[in-house]
Design a protein around this ligand. Structure first.
Ligand SMILES: Nc1ncnc2c1ncn2[C@@H]1O[C@H](COP(=O)(O)OP(=O)(O)OP(=O)(O)O)[C@@H](O)[C@H]1O
Ligand SMILES: [Mg+2]
Length: 337
């Protein structure tokens, strides 16, 4: 693979670019815009660190929501800057494979392609995220064998079954890491009358989320503002608290998995029983999520080796299968600029 070939996983939370199978960029999908000078103030990690801490004239923008682009201009700027960061000063227009959620509309697909072209891409390929996730985890998706992936991302959880390189059944639910964070914020305001920020909620999730054996023992505290008197205050945190906060969201993920099983042909269900469900995305890092999904569905689960980077790695692998992708993958559209 030449250095001109880039794989991009443009996620709601993170944008990862791969080249030759290695991640060459990994940044939060965030951009900061100076409303006064009408210029980009920062992007990626730098912009993320500004969240909730900016003066009025700086807007910190997340250009994707629930896996799709909601702010085209800012998404374009972000992708352009990320690509430029990777290629440096070289005057090259890369070929790009971009991942898209299975359930996006034709208009949204066009927006993604347009964004990549505007950002300097010579050719753009689109690849379904679940296909990329499975390829990234090393599954041989071209065989007549059923694979199931559950990708618990920031904005959505995507569940898909593939066979012979195509998607046989899939579903997407707007339930992922961001929703877990807001559920934690809501739980603390309801049960402890404490208002905490989204970033604190995310930090609690990373540290204490346990989907299978949540312990009720107090493990830490969280700071925020009392909803009773408006003063700074704190509340205890246990794994059970976090589980209670996100329990319903986790059940929605299981319901989605079960609904995909309902529309999967029996032969492929047999394959999935044998092979197990692959869990990818940042949500795969929740402790016990594999045992939880396994208990609720009766099918064994395994967590992708690098759940956050799995889709991006799959996009790199897709370059090797480019020709098969073009002919064999119904859902792949190829656009040349
Ligand atoms: N150790 C962890 N435990 C729980 N959640 C985690 C952990 N690490 C990251 N996450 C969460 O994973 C989410 C990001 O996952 P990921 O990068 O797969 O999403 P994305 O691809 O950007 O989003 P999407 O696919 O929905 O567009 C964030 O909500 C983040 O808080
Ligand atoms: Mg993703």
């Amino acid at each position: 693979m030449s250095f001109l070939d880039l794989g991009i996983d443009l996620g709601t939370s993170n944008i990862i670019i791969t080249s030759g199978g290695t991640a060459v960029l990994n940044e939060p999908t965030v951009i900061a815009y100076n409303l006064r000078t009408k210029t980009v103030a920062a992007f990626g990690k730098e912009a993320y660190s500004m969240l909730g801490r900016t003066p009025g004239h700086i807007a910190v923008i997340k250009p994707l929501r629930d896996g799709v682009i909601t702010n085209n201009d800012m998404a374009q700027e972000l992708i352009r800057r990320c690509i430029l960061k990777v290629i440096g000063k070289r005057l090259i227009n890369p070929r790009i494979i971009m991942c898209v959620p299975t359930k996006i509309t034709e208009v949204e697909r066009r927006a993604v392609v347009e964004t990549a072209v505007q950002a300097g891409a010579r050719t753009v390929y689109l690849l379904d995220e679940p296909v990329a996730a499975l390829m990234g985890a090393g599954a041989d998706i071209l065989k007549p064998f059923g694979h199931m992936v559950v990708d618990i991302g920031g904005g959505t959880t995507d569940v898909a079954v593939t066979s012979l390189g195509g998607i046989v059944a899939s579903a997407s639910v707007k339930c992922g890491g961001n929703l877990f964070d807001s559920s934690i914020v809501r739980y603390y305001s309801e049960y402890y009358k404490l208002l905490i920020g989204e970033r604190s909620a995310e930090a609690l999730k990373l540290e204490y989320a346990n989907a299978f054996w949540p312990s009720a023992e107090e493990a830490g505290t969280v700071k925020g503002r009392s909803l009773i008197n408006g003063m700074p205050a704190s509340a205890p945190v246990s794994e059970a608290d976090i589980y209670n906060a996100i329990g319903e969201d986790l059940s929605r993920i299981v319901e989605t998995v079960l609904s995909v099983f309902e529309s999967t042909p029996p032969e492929l269900i047999g394959d999935i029983y044998e092979d197990g469900i692959l869990i990818a995305g940042g949500g795969a890092l929740i402790r016990g999520i594999d045992m939880y999904i396994s208990r609720e569905t009766g099918v064994k689960c395994r967590i992708a080796q690098d759940p956050l980077g799995c889709v991006a790695r799959g996009t790199s692998r897709a370059f090797h299968l480019r020709d098969q992708l073009r002919n064999g993958f119904e859902r792949i559209s190829v656009f040349s600029s």
